[in-house]
Design a protein around this ligand. Structure first.
Ligand code: ATP
Length: 442
């Protein structure tokens, strides 16, 4: 458990300075300020978390303006929600809000929000462990405000709602309860579990705006062990908000295990590759048993982007034919390149997860390690100089030269140019694929 003095010694200079300035702004504006949400929870658990939520009794946006001015930091205002975000640097952002109360006119609706006391602001939160605050003003000097017993629940490892209507008001808390339970290896307190099951069985998750459940689902899939998260949801019968046809079994969970290993392998071997979305691979693995039209329906209902939908669809299209071709020991580098280049990294990682065959896995690794980085010495400029008129023919010719380069048939700029010469000289002006038979026979 935490020791505030020790903790404050360890925090980075930029954050220490921020806290000093918050205290200063609080004094000057006469608005008490509190650190709330995940930060107090993680601080008490001894973890560092630089997503800071500050809530202010008074006017959060005004407070943020003064603070950003003192810090010389960027400020994004969300006037409609009376909140603002101060961006300290790429690692640290501070959300500043005004203390408020929320009333849910009906189950799963958006709340009606109005200014409220600190107590009301803490009471509107999901679980006791997320409903604590540290007073940042001079007079409070890091005093812990723990009205609902969050510190004891943290010590006992319990997820507990603040009142009986909590899941009815906001069923996304079902997903949050599972997420925090798995993350901290906590237990959902018995009464809370009863209320949660009641909410699941009444189909409340299906009543929420799907964009909100999607956001919470993505957060679950970004946790350290997405498989455990989904297993728990499945055990609770809480996956129907994605699709009522989902029945993940051993095959899916085995696939998750392989996906986990492949993601680690990919990150260790290609740390400089462009970003990929690990959560999307798990989601695609979860949806794989569903038919393609159902997958598209899920993606659209959850409001995934076109790009995300395409990636998930392409993961679903991984078929035995593709797997068989990649298992073939005699496949050429150019053929491997041709099969894998059009696929996203997410699809390639999922693909590598579906078979333990050595040749298959090596072919995919070779694509990522070698073939994907192969560049030609020649370019369109050379074709232009050789008198080829710009057009789709350029790409065709360059593809042929690339295939020859991948297969080791040309190794230098000179040889690439010579190959272009042969392609252009070919009768009828039709380009012919370079002869790769020698390589295939090897
Ligand atoms: P994480 O470590 O995953 O970022 P967090 O607790 O910081 O966890 P956020 O989603 O950033 O999670 O939310 C910040 C705080 O806002 C929470 O700690 C909680 O107090 C409150 N909160 C967030 N979502 C809800 C919700 N659906 N219902 C009630 N309170 C919520």
């Amino acid at each position: 458990m935490y020791n505030m003095k020790e903790y404050l010694k360890k925090i980075p200079h930029a954050i220490k300075r921020l806290f000093v300035l918050v205290k200063e702004v609080s004094r000057e504006t006469k608005m008490p300020a509190y650190l709330v949400g995940g930060f107090p929870r993680d601080l008490i658990l001894g973890a560092m978390d630089w997503d800071l939520d500050i809530t202010v009794e008074g006017d959060g946006v005004k407070f943020a303006e003064v603070l950003a001015g003192k810090l010389g930091a960027a400020l994004i205002k969300h006037e409609r929600f009376r909140t603002a975000t101060v961006i300290l640097d790429h690692r640290v952002k501070v959300d500043i809000a005004t203390t408020r109360k929320e009333i849910y006119p009906f189950s799963a609706s958006l709340p009606l929000v109005s200014p409220g006391s600190l107590r009301e602001d803490l009471f509107r939160r999901d679980f006791t462990i997320n409903a604590m605050a540290f007073g940042l003003s001079e007079s409070m000097d890091w005093e812990l405000i723990d009205i609902f017993g969050g510190k004891d629940d943290l010590a006992a490892g319990k997820i507990r709602v603040l009142h009986d209507l909590s899941f009815k008001d906001d069923p996304t808390r079902i997903l949050r309860a599972v997420r925090f339970k798995q993350r901290y290896n906590f237990k959902i307190e018995p009464k809370t579990l009863c209320l949660l099951k009641e909410a699941v069985n009444s189909g409340l998750l299906e009543k929420v705006n799907p964009h909100r459940t999607r956001d919470e689902l993505i957060l679950m899939l970004k946790e350290r062990n997405p498989s455990a998260q989904l297993k728990q949801l499945s055990a609770l019968g809480a996956l129907s908000f994605i699709s009522d046809k989902l029945r993940p079994g051993k095959l899916t969970y085995d696939l998750f295990k392989s996906v986990h290993k492949e993601i680690i392998w990919f990150m260790q071997n290609f740390p400089f590759h462009r970003q990929f979305e690990a959560w999307l691979i798990y989601f695609a693995a979860l949806l794989r048993p569903l038919a393609l039209p159902e997958i598209k329906k899920v993606a659209r209902r959850l409001g995934l982007s076109k790009k995300e939908e395409q990636k998930i669809v392409s993961c679903r299209k991984i078929n035995q034919r593709l797997i068989r071709r990649l298992k073939n020991r005699h496949i050429t580098p150019a053929e491997i390149f041709g099969l894998l280049k059009p696929l996203s990294y997410e699809t390639v990682i999922l693909l590598r997860s579906v078979s333990h065959d050595n040749a298959f896995r090596k072919h995919i690794a070779d694509f990522l390690k070698i073939y994907n980085g192969v560049r030609l010495c020649i370019s369109g400029d050379d074709l232009f100089r050789l008198g080829v008129l710009p057009g789709p023919r350029y790409q065709k010719i360059l593809n042929k030269v690339l295939a020859a380069r991948l297969n080791g048939k040309v190794k230098s700029r000179q040889e690439e140019l010579a190959l272009i010469g042969r392609i252009l000289m070919h009768k009828n002006g039709e380009e012919k694929c370079p002869d790769m038979s020698a390589l295939k026979k090897r």
